[in-house]
Design a protein around this ligand. Structure first.
Ligand SMILES: [Zn+2]
Length: 170
């Protein structure tokens, strides 16, 4: 039921099932979930150590590993997932909302999303072109009201129109 509730397509779920079966770490993890974890952290192998702290939240359903209600994505599918999450070049906050809806997880996913976005060439390019232009000084007009500057701004739940009359130089 948990898996039915995700927004993931059947094709994606199929791919995750297949890649999970080929993922050594997730196979070790599956075995631990079924057989139970060792008592001592020293007996936990390095590859699954990052799952130790939330081992009580882990389960297996239809050959897919879950952390709570989230699907654990096998390593080979993570890059693809990052690309999908960042489709349309959404920013970090929007992606995190999407992530909550998609119910996917892997250790270090948040840091990887941040890293992925910070390296996205399309986002870098658009950030560069959005850099504010330096303030342009205009010529001092010869007479009052000769030049009027207007702008709109939003502050404290109100919209404002600002009108600036460029003054004559004394
Ligand atoms: Zn981007």
């Amino acid at each position: 039921m948990v898996i039915r509730n995700t927004s993931m397509s059947d094709r994606n779920l199929e791919q995750i099932t297949e890649e999970t079966s080929k993922d050594g770490t997730l196979q070790t993890l599956t075995k631990l979930i079924i057989d139970s974890w060792p008592e001592d952290t020293n007996e936990v192998t390095k590859e699954v150590f990052e799952y130790w702290n939330f081992r009580d939240e882990l389960s297996n359903v239809n050959e897919i590993s879950l952390k709570g209600e989230k699907i654990i994505i096998p390593a080979s599918t993570r890059k693809n997932m990052l690309n999908k999450l960042h489709e349309g070049h959404l920013g970090i906050e929007k992606i995190k909302r999407k992530l909550a809806r998609d119910s996917i997880f892997w250790p270090g996913i948040n840091a990887q999303i941040t890293d992925f976005i910070s390296k996205c060439s399309v986002c870098l390019e658009s950030r560069r072109s959005n850099i504010k232009e330096p303030m342009a000084e205009s010529e001092t007009p010869e007479l009052p009201w000769m030049t009027v500057g207007t702008d709109i701004f939003y502050w404290n739940n109100n919209n404002y129109l600002i009108i600036d009359i460029l003054k004559l130089r004394n």
